[in-house]
Design a protein around this ligand. Structure first.
Ligand SMILES: *Cc1c(COP(=O)(O)O)cnc(C)c1O
Length: 374
């Protein structure tokens, strides 16, 4: 080992790089005296909309709220079913449950970790109203296939883009393929704030308008309320910080992709490496391998100073909170296998080439004798 622990993520390096402009941006907001719905929020909404290719952006308190409000603005509610993947973070189904609808799971394609479009139609019932794909790990879900299924069955589509800002299919960016899409600015995401934050994007003006109202206590005019909403605004301070970071996002994505390419070249044939569908751009929020003896590999990598994480150890259909949905072990074999075998390696733009090499050396020596998965 060349040095100490190589963390899976180190946010301090990016801060050191941008310390001055971020300090200036924070000071300017403090001096302005405007902390809610100020000029930075409005500007960031335009900038993110333009970046994604959607027409409108609406800042929210978190990615979870953006997902929740997307579903509400699309009139998804009690009695409705929303088709989604069981191999994701709980926020995806939380948003569905918060509007009173029922998540219906469809297994993943084991190669991409995303919802398998070939299995979606079998899950559609007369109650189905929406499909909610997640671009897991930054790998874009098959949006063209999903959009055509949705069109055939008269369903809306909501994208969970929390891990995939900047990911592309055929040159178009995630967030532009659906009725509404949710982004997260949680600090560890590819575009991270210094606190919670999120944004809904849409090209449907009535959806943008409704979410603007819902995020501000259900009214467009102050002290005039049309429906029960909530308080879910993006802070002016966070928006100012994100506006300093956004111009660097493409460079940061390219660095992630360069680290991923180096990992993949060196690890192919030793472990199962991530797939990138031709014609798409994976943004490697996570670089996730699969190994059959994961806990042992994890421990041995830790002993060699390599930090790893498991996203996610329990698929959502087997979570205690979703017991009432009635799913059993074995219901979704690919999601369950992924939950047993996935392991994410250190991945962030500021990872140094020497660190990536040390990760590769460690994985190669730990995994050399294990049988690679298909
Ligand atoms: C992070 C994340 C969310 C939620 O974002 P928050 O801003 O933390 O609320 C939703 N879905 C997925 C897949 C995520 O990774």
């Amino acid at each position: 080992m060349a040095r100490g622990m190589i963390p899976i993520l180190d946010l301090t390096r990016q801060y050191r790089y941008l310390e001055e402009p971020i300090g200036d941006a924070i000071a300017a907001v403090l001096a302005s005296g405007t902390f809610i719905n100020g000029a930075n929020v409005a500007a960031l909404e335009d900038e993110i909309a333009r970046y994604t290719g959607a027409q409108f952006g609406v800042g929210c308190n978190s990615g979870t709220d953006a997902l929740h409000l997307a579903l509400r603005a699309l009139n998804i509610g009690p009695g409705d079913e929303v088709i989604t993947t069981p191999f994701t973070f709980i926020a995806t189904t939380e948003a569905i449950a918060m509007v009173g609808a029922t998540p219906v799971f469809v297994d993943i394609d084991p190669l991409t970790f995303n919802i398998d479009p070939l299995r979606i139609e079998a899950a559609i019932t007369p109650r189905t109203q929406a499909i909610l794909p997640v671009h897991l790990y930054g790998n874009p879900a098959p949006m063209r296939e999903i959009a055509s299924i949705a069109a055939r069955h008269g369903l809306v589509v909501v994208e969970d883009c929390a891990q995939a800002i900047g990911a592309q299919i055929g040159g178009d960016r995630t967030g532009s393929f659906s009725d509404a899409a949710a982004f997260s600015f949680f600090p560890s995401k590819n575009l991270g704030a210094y606190g919670d934050g999120g944004m809904l994007v849409t090209s449907r003006p009535e959806v943008a308008e409704r979410v603007r109202s819902l995020r501000s206590h259900g009214g467009r005019v102050k002290y005039h309320h049309e429906e029960i909403g909530l308080n879910s605004r993006l802070d002016e301070l966070q928006a100012a910080i994100l506006r300093v970071k956004l111009p660097h996002l493409e460079t940061w994505i390219e660095r992630r992709r360069a680290h991923a390419a180096a990992y993949s070249v060196a690890l192919e044939g030793i472990v199962a490496i991530p797939d990138e569908t031709p014609g798409t751009r994976h943004v490697f929020h996570q670089y996730t391998i699969r190994v059959s003896n994961r806990e042992q590999v994890r421990d041995e990598l830790a002993a060699r100073g390599v930090g790893t994480m498991v996203y996610y150890p329990v698929p959502l259909h087997l979570q205690k909170v979703h017991e009432p949905l009635g799913y059993r072990h074995g219901a979704f074999e690919h999601s369950e296998a992924a939950a047993r075998e996935v392991l994410s390696l250190p991945m962030f733009p500021e990872l140094e080439p020497g660190e990536a090499e040390a990760v590769i050396d460690a994985v190669r020596s730990v995994c050399a004798e294990t049988v690679p998965l298909a």
